[in-house]
Design a protein around this ligand. Structure first.
Ligand SMILES: [Zn+2]
Length: 261
């Protein structure tokens, strides 16, 4: 499921491939991905315009159009972009943007959980969705982190995945961050002392940086990470113990009962 590092990789992909090309036609192949906007509205704001830049907040991608609007993409459980020569579109394509130069950007979702909408203002969109601070931004520092988790009840894993506290992390990267910080996933946020909060914060920054460098590809992550070992028969990279999983807050969490506490 696309989390912050994946969406950051999609943002760079779109910026590398699809900026400054006049959009000839936009088509929506599955209307249920549209949120609060009609296909006609979208087409009128998109066709004849260009993509100018792409921003991200948490798991949301904002693509600035020439004109005032941003198209907002959410990748749901399985989404990604495909930019290629006009021809066959990938299976499960839900929307396409065809450019004057004969290329096309496809928004692909195997399961129809992603969405597209429009906004004129990223800041007010973020506020309306009640999203917490984006954890990749430079402005996300230790003080902002402490404030974001202050007073949180429930396990630290669920706090980390709560988009209204911290925007960007889901099940997979929360496991990785807690593993790197050696924090047991059901620990309460209020139980962490200053030293552990600092280690936690540094693990967030480190895991995000590494994941984005490796194109969010689990197989390219360092062997000291949980991600490349996160499969049946996998072993913990630190202690060599056999991988265990458990349902925490309704999600299958991987953690090491020996190394994390
Ligand atoms: Zn271990």
């Amino acid at each position: 499921m696309p989390e912050l590092p994946d969406v950051e990789v999609f943002r760079k992909y779109l910026e590398n491939k699809a900026l400054h090309q006049s959009i000839k036609k936009m088509e929506v192949l599955a209307k249920n991905i549209l949120d609060n906007v009609s296909e006609q509205q979208l087409q009128s704001r998109v066709e004849g315009y260009e993509f100018e830049s792409a921003d991200r907040h948490g798991k949301y991608l904002f693509v600035k159009l020439s004109g005032d609007d941003h198209i907002v993409f959410h990748f749901g459980m399985t989404g990604y972009f495909d930019y290629s020569k006009n021809g066959e579109i990938p299976k499960h394509t839900r929307a396409t943007f065809s450019f004057d130069n004969g290329n096309r950007l496809s928004f692909v979702l195997q399961r129809k959980l992603g969405k597209i909408t429009l906004t004129k203002d990223i800041e007010s969109f973020v506020k309306k969705q009640n999203l917490g601070p984006d954890i990749l931004k430079n402005s996300f520092d230790l003080e902002v982190f402490k404030k974001a988790i202050k007073g949180a009840k429930g396990s630290i894993k669920s706090v980390l995945m709560n988009q209204s506290r911290l925007a960007g992390i889901g099940n997979i990267y929360s496991d990785e961050i807690l593993f790197q910080a050696r924090i047991y996933p059901t620990t309460k946020a209020s139980e962490l002392d200053y030293k552990r909060i600092r280690i936690f914060f540094e693990a967030i920054k480190e895991v995000l940086k590494t994941a984005i460098e490796k194109q969010a590809d689990p197989n390219r992550m360092p062997q000291s990470y949980l991600l490349p070992n996160r499969h049946e028969g996998g072993k913990y990279p630190m202690c060599g113990g056999k991988l265990k999983s458990e349902k925490i807050s309704g999600r299958t969490a991987y953690y090491c009962p020996e190394c994390q506490h």
